[in-house]
Design a protein. Structure first.
Length: 292
């Protein structure tokens, strides 16, 4: 726990980390190298797949390996100086915000007040934005509403998915966050209020939101949509397959696609209940398949 942390603070800062997915691990790792993460709060383990395997979040697994206590609710949160939130996925009660000595810093992957809410990275890709960024704010009682402590910008690449862009944003956030905590707590950084009149909002994306009707969607819109829905929930459409003179509607995941001369080219797909294959392999296996 000692050396490197003591060089930065005369008294080791105690931090509670709220987060869930793998792409926020750089933030958690960076904090733990400098400060003392006294516990993590993350989403409960979930049953996944037909066999209902119990799956723990990436943050849960990381904390277990590093022998840091894990909580799935707010009942037994220990005393701490500061909270840090990065893609946690649940509303944190006001009582928790106010009980932490220096409140909570929220790492939000958009240039607030643009794209408040649960799906800012997807929204940036779907909106054809050329850049996005990260806002580190002091959390208040409203969603992504608090004053901005720091912001940085990041280009959106032509082949970025939500997965690749989100990972890049949080990787950069790790260094930015660790560097600003000490001057922020010393009052050397003055948070600025957001222009709430310019706020735009995003919604929580669910599995059904990954559906795309390729017959009614332009190639350009479809290609962006497929990238925005990767890795969750994954873009999918429906196809018609005739078996034994019976036509069935089946779900087809579109894992990868690209544009070629303004035409959407499917690269990799996955029929429900089957393994991922190339589009060529799929057409060879199901030559009579049609879009529903």
């Amino acid at each position: 726990m000692g050396g490197s942390r003591a060089c930065l603070t005369s008294e080791i800062m105690k931090i509670i980390f709220f987060g869930t997915p793998e792409y926020v691990l750089p933030v958690l790792t960076a904090l733990d190298k400098v400060y003392e993460v006294v516990c993590v709060v993350t989403q409960k383990p979930k049953e996944v797949g037909r066999k209902k395997f119990i799956t723990r979040s990436a943050v849960d697994n990381w904390a277990y390996k590093h022998k840091i206590p894990v909580l799935y609710d707010f009942e037994k949160i220990p005393p701490a100086d500061l909270g840090v939130v990065a893609a946690y996925g649940k509303i944190i009660p006001e009582s928790i915000i106010h009980n932490l000595k220096f409140g909570i810093l929220n790492v939000h992957p958009s240039l607030l007040p643009k794209y408040r809410g649960a799906s800012p990275v997807q929204a940036a890709i779907l909106s054809k934005d050329s850049e996005t960024g990260v806002s580190i704010i002091k959390m208040d009682e409203e969603i992504d509403h608090g004053p901005i402590v720091s912001q940085f910008r990041e280009d959106i690449l032509s082949d970025d998915t939500t997965g690749t862009l989100g990972a890049r944003l949080f990787q950069r956030s790790a260094d930015v966050l660790v560097a600003l905590i000490k001057p922020y707590l010393e009052g050397k950084i003055k948070p600025r209020l957001q222009n709430h009149k310019e706020a735009t909002f995003t919604h929580l994306i669910k599995k059904q939101d990954g559906f795309i009707d390729l017959k009614k969607t332009s190639p350009q819109e479809a290609e962006r949509f497929i990238r925005a829905m990767q890795p969750w929930p994954g873009a999918w459409t429906q196809i018609k397959l005739e078996r034994d003179k019976v036509t069935k509607l089946l779900r087809l995941k579109i894992l990868k696609a690209h544009l070629q001369e303004n035409e959407l080219i499917l690269d990799e797909v996955q029929l429900e209940g089957k393994n991922p294959v190339s589009w060529k392999q799929f057409k060879e296996a199901y030559p009579n398949a049609e879009l529903a």
